[in-house]
Design a protein around this ligand. Structure first.
Ligand code: F6R
Length: 605
């Protein structure tokens, strides 16, 4: 899960590499590095920590050159220190890598026997030394192609050559890689976002392809060194959505822009005049679908779990959900009438991309629900349904989760209508209710003050629990995930009905427990579970649209959630949980936008 950049230009490239690395930090931020070539010298500078640290090093000791590569790292092999930071260079070659070389140990042993010396604990250094070895009797392209033959695993590579100081070679297998074009300057990058400040003209490498970039030209080759032509895509304008404005950090911006996220998405899919949903081109006729299979990771997976309840409620279809890292290794009995839906904000998550690939290999029709429409998953799917949330910068996903749920809800409703599972009156009413969702979210955001007070309880807490039933259960999971990743506190999400089967043992005096109890068919049962928690000393925050019906003087806080439509409760329950995680992390002085050990885009398995 690293970010790579390469620039060949007629002017100094250092500051553009640094700016691109800053844009790439969402992929990893535990170390950073750059290599340039000037006057036939390879200049390499690297450090542990953020790109800001690298910038300070370059200020004192510049790395000049009109050609260079850069890297931000999320450590896989070897701790995040200066030696393990990329680029990994020999006397004549410098390499940046995103991915994992699975057979690096055996390659390392072979190279060591041949006399090659390793400096780092990384898997990447085998690539540097293999290319160095083959460069002895071949040109850069041949040396790279020969080296790639030995590699197992995934990679996107950027490679500089001391003795051919006008070229960068890029190579892709499994990990995404884009090429950008400009005047007297061409680029290589992990994604179009890295290049967007410099160009909007982009091509993408496909698996097995390599490219040769100079300041004036870009050439693409397949593994047999046949030249290939690539489509140049012109990307849409960045509408300044990546600026912080008056917000302290991106996460708070993204939480508070959720009413707009919802409005934008509704504008795309709801026909307000006909009260209908604009979703056509299903890859399988919804009347012929026999099952829906939803796949994602982390927060995206939680949106799939919520959708399972909606699809079961609104249609006569069976639904299955699975995390992508399990899906890709399961013995799934693929069925051509099953609609396989892959949900991903970034569209680059390695496990989700691999799961999609497996469905495609089995000749299934695939749909992806995506935020980044230029992403690999979007490009590989038969049908792409964007969530239109705009760039999400905070590592913890907030507005993308709301957008994913919204598209899944709209899709469930449309499938229900096409299959004749819902009557016209009910369908129109549900669409009209959706129009009230932005205001509902706005009202949920007003819970912030109370949440800020409750957040203080977490400073002395050993852990916490989030409980819900039905579609509130995946929201409990999402609330616990948000708290863990932002505040580094242990949090468990559980179906409230499971408490007696073990987790009740965790409840002790003062343990914060968040109870999600909207007035639905589970309400009374969830409230009973809550009473059991309070009887054992749990400090309860109850979130409900009917909290006034609940009598227990030992409830620490009650938060009123707005009510629009029972099926829309997951949206309104999510907001206070995002705010809670945010405020606990703020009190604990954690890095809100870049939590420790994480990265925004998980591009390795
Ligand atoms: C949690 C979070 C992650 C992502 C997961 C999938 O806040 O952001 O759990 O949801 O890594 O990422 P995407 O949606 O990009 O596939």
């Amino acid at each position: 899960m690293c970010g790579i950049i390469g620039i060949a230009s007629n002017k100094s490239v250092t500051s553009n590499i640094i700016n691109s690395l800053k844009r790439l930090e969402y992929r990893g931020y535990d170390s950073a590095g750059i290599a340039t070539i000037s006057k036939k010298n390879l200049n390499e500078k690297k450090c542990s920590g953020r790109v800001e640290e690298l910038e300070k090093i370059l200020f004192n000791s510049p790395a000049q050159g009109n050609i260079g590569i850069g890297h931000v790292r999320w450590a896989t092999h070897g701790i995040p220190n200066e030696v393990n930071a990329h680029p990994h260079s020999s006397e004549i070659v410098s390499v940046v890598h995103n991915g994992i070389i699975e057979n690096s140990n055996s390659l390392k042993k072979k190279l060591e026997k041949e006399g090659y010396k390793f400096k780092s604990q990384t898997d990447t250094e085998v690539i540097t030394l293999l290319i160095t070895k083959y460069l002895k009797d071949s040109n850069p392209i041949d040396a790279v192609l020969k080296s790639l033959e030995y590699l197992e695993g995934s990679f996107a590579l950027g490679i500089l050559f001391k003795d051919q100081s006008d070229i960068i070679i890029g190579a892709r297998r499994g990990s995404p890689l884009a090429v950008g074009y400009s005047n007297n300057e061409n680029y290589l990058g992990s994604d179009s976002y890295a290049l967007k400040a410099m160009t909007n003209k982009i091509s993408y490498l496909d698996d097995g392809e390599i490219c040769k970039i100079t300041k004036d030209s870009v050439e693409f080759f397949d593994v047999s060194k046949n030249k290939i032509n690539k489509k140049i895509l012109v990307l849409s304008e960045d509408k300044n959505e990546t600026k912080l404005g008056d917000y302290k950090n991106f996460m708070s911006k993204e939480i508070f822009e959720q009413p707009t996220t919802i409005k934008n998405c509704l504008n795309e899919y709801i026909d307000k005049i006909r009260n209908d949903i604009n979703l056509y081109d299903f890859p399988i006729d919804p009347k012929k679908i026999n099952k829906i299979f939803l796949v994602g990771c982390g927060t995206a997976y939680h949106s799939c779990q919520v959708a399972k309840y909606w699809i079961e409620e609104l249609t006569d279809l069976n639904v299955e959900t699975e995390v992508a890292s399990e899906f890709r290794y399961r013995k799934i009995r693929f069925n051509p009438n099953t609609l396989y839906i892959f949900v991903s904000q970034s569209g680059e998550t390695a496990d989700t991309a691999a799961a999609l690939e497996i469905a495609k290999k089995n000749k299934m029709k695939t749909c992806s629900i995506i935020n980044v429409v230029e992403s690999s998953i979007a490009r590989n799917s038969d049908w792409v349904v964007p969530i239109h949330a705009g760039p999400e910068i905070g590592v913890a996903s907030t507005k993308a989760f709301i957008g994913q749920m919204l598209v899944l809800y709209i899709m469930s409703l449309k499938i229900s209508k096409i299959r004749g599972n819902i009557d016209d009156k009910n369908y129109i009413e549900k669409i009209k209710n959706l129009k009230n969702l932005p205001q509902g979210i706005e009202n949920s955001l007003k819970t912030e003050e109370l949440i800020q007070i409750f957040a203080k309880d977490f400073l002395s807490a050993k852990g916490s629990m989030f409980l819900g039933r039905g579609s509130s259960f995946p929201i409990a999971l999402e609330g616990a995930l948000k708290l863990k990743e932002l505040s580094y506190l242990h949090a468990e999400g559980y179906p409230a009905g499971e408490m007696k089967h073990g987790p009740l043992a965790l409840i002790e005096d003062g343990l914060p427990v968040i109870i999600l109890a909207p007035k639905d068919k589970y309400f009374e049962k969830t409230i009973s579970n809550m009473q059991e928690v309070i009887a054992r000393g749990g400090k309860v925050l109850l979130i409900s649209d009917k909290h006034d019906e609940v009598i227990n003087e030992n409830i620490r806080f009650k938060i009123e959630m707005p009510f629009i439509d029972e099926l829309l409760n997951p949206f309104l329950l999510t907001i206070p949980l995002q705010l809670l995680a945010y405020h606990v992390a703020l009190l604990k002085k954690c890095d809100i936008d870049k939590p420790r050990n994480l990265a925004k885009s998980v591009t390795v398995e």
